[in-house]
Design a protein around this ligand. Structure first.
Ligand code: 3PG
Length: 213
């Protein structure tokens, strides 16, 4: 798949809702009810980070939830790409980008949001054909003013800012012309997952699904 095709498909996934929940799930038994609560609350695109031993099983479980589009986050290596794809991930997210990683997602036909935090990183990805990127770590890299400033000379790249994004600051990001959606873990707090409080998570998703710029 070409980078242009990857960006086109990734843009479609990002257009489904203003927020992509970033999920770090330890217990595979939580996967299905968690995904169902988020989808029911209006957030269909879900990013499962590959940061727990259970992550691939969680992706496998969530992949069959009606109305959901499950992706794998924290893609660092070609092996991560293959494992994510094999588990049923329909998209990938990476905190950065290396040539080996990009070769792997293109070979595996996995729509992926590669990460950039500076103008040079965004330009390198654009040079290869990626027009949809993750702005990471968003708040630590200067937040809304930084992303807005990158958009002035590089308007053809649009971003999903992630890292420190919250209910409070999401509208400012979503108001930027170069933001397609935001990513964040606030819609699925660890304590709510551990307690199995799916009603709370559904409510947080509903609130997030109504965010606009
Ligand atoms: C992460 O690295 O976990 C994601 O970027 C999510 O960041 P957040 O927890 O600040 O939303």
């Amino acid at each position: 798949m070409t980078p242009q095709e990857i960006s086109r498909l990734t843009a479609e996934i990002c257009a489904r809702a203003p927020v992509v929940p970033v999920l770090t799930v330890k217990n595979p038994a939580h996967a299905r009810p968690l995904a169902e609560a988020l989808v029911k609350g209006g957030l269909p695109a879900l990013e499962v980070t590959l940061r727990t031993p259970a992550a691939l099983e969680v992706i496998r479980e969530m992949a069959s939830v009606d109305g959901g589009v499950v992706g794998a986050g924290t893609l660092l290596t070609p092996a991560d790409v293959l494992a994510a794809k094999e588990a049923g991930a329909r998209f990938g997210v990476s905190p950065g980008a290396t040539d080996r990683l990009l070769d792997a997602v293109e070979d595996a036909d996995l729509p992926t949001l590669p990460g950039a935090a500076t103008a040079s990183e965004a330009m390198a990805l654009l040079e290869r054909g990626y027009t949809i990127q993750k702005f990471f770590p968003a708040e630590a890299s200067g937040g809304v003013p930084a992303l807005k400033a990158i958009g002035a000379p590089i308007p053809q790249v649009r971003f999903c800012p992630t890292g420190g994004v919250s209910l409070a600051n999401a509208p400012a990001y979503l108001g930027l012309s170069n933001t397609v959606c935001v990513g964040g873990s606030w819609v699925a707090p660890n304590d709510a997952i551990e307690a199995g409080d799916w009603a709370r998570i559904e409510e947080l998703a509903r609130e997030a699904s109504k965010l606009t710029g």
